[in-house]
Design a protein around this ligand. Structure first.
Ligand SMILES: C[S@@+](CC[C@H](N)C(=O)[O-])C[C@H]1O[C@@H](n2cnc3c(N)ncnc32)[C@H](O)[C@@H]1O
Length: 234
């Protein structure tokens, strides 16, 4: 758990490759299908005219596909550290008849292989919590965006301590690691809870986004404070 909690790149990539085969199933199960709703809600804030959209930490591609539902003319480039996750994303794109609208790239969100000001939008769901250097990750998003480009981020931010004693908080704290242990990888799903506890609160993430150069930073919590949505403009 130590290398994971220090967000070591290789450990994070290995963990996601291990859980990749059951990742979508556990997402739906543990969130009660809210993960689908959160991504759908987020993409509503994208300009429909967006042409080049980068999905950082695309995983199995669900955020990328939600972007394509909203921006029919867009080309989405999904980047991720995990080969196994990207293989699944690629397979899903083929099954959905969308392989020409997306491409998949093994790359680090902290060192994106894109030119400055090359993307109309950047999206990133449940990834920044895993960044070894959050400031660098946010600066990279800002760098590749065109002026007025939009960044959308979904994340599990650290809730107030009292939240952990609500029914939803208790579920995240106790049920998630147990279900993860029974159905997937025990370390990964214990890390999920631990990483939320050790991540920043939403206000602090918003401040870091502003410090990275973003303007019009707004955020809102979703589904009883489980997830947080951020939108910002370059
Ligand atoms: C919790 S999953 C989220 C996947 C997807 N965005 C979604 O909405 O389901 C986090 C993903 O981010 C990737 N990831 C973590 N750190 C990364 C980094 N520094 N650069 C690129 N991808 C990263 C992991 O490999 C994993 O696939």
């Amino acid at each position: 758990m130590e290398p994971l909690l220090h967000r070591k790149r290789e450990a994070i990539a290995r963990m996601f490759s291990i859980i990749a085969p059951k990742y979508d199933l556990l997402n739906r199960l543990l969130s009660g299908f809210n993960d689908v709703r959160w991504r759908r809600f987020a993409v509503e804030w994208l300009p429909v005219s967006a042409k080049i959209v980068v999905d950082i930490g695309t995983g199995t591609g669900d955020f990328a596909f939600a972007v394509l539902d909203r921006c029919s003319k867009a080309k989405v480039i999904g980047v991720d550290l995990s080969t196994q996750m990207l293989k699944l994303a690629q397979r899903k794109a083929v099954a959905q008849g969308r392989k020409d609208s997306c491409s998949w790239l093994i790359a680090d969100g902290l060192n994106l292989p894109f030119r400055d000001e090359s993307a109309d939008a950047v999206v990133c769901a449940f990834v920044i919590r895993n960044f070894e250097d959050l400031t660098k990750g946010l600066t990279e998003m800002h760098r590749i965006l065109k002026p007025n480009g939009v960044a959308l981020i979904l994340e599990f931010c650290q809730p107030k301590p009292s939240w952990w004693w609500t029914p939803v908080g208790l579920f995240v704290r106790y049920v998630v690691p147990i279900v993860g242990r029974l159905m997937s990888d025990p370390v990964a799903y214990s890390y999920l809870t631990a990483s939320i506890q050790t991540f920043l609160p939403a206000e602090a993430v918003a401040e870091k986004m502003k410090a990275a150069g973003f303007r019009k930073v707004v955020w809102a919590t979703l589904t009883f404070g489980v997830a947080t949505f951020f939108r910002a403009v370059k």
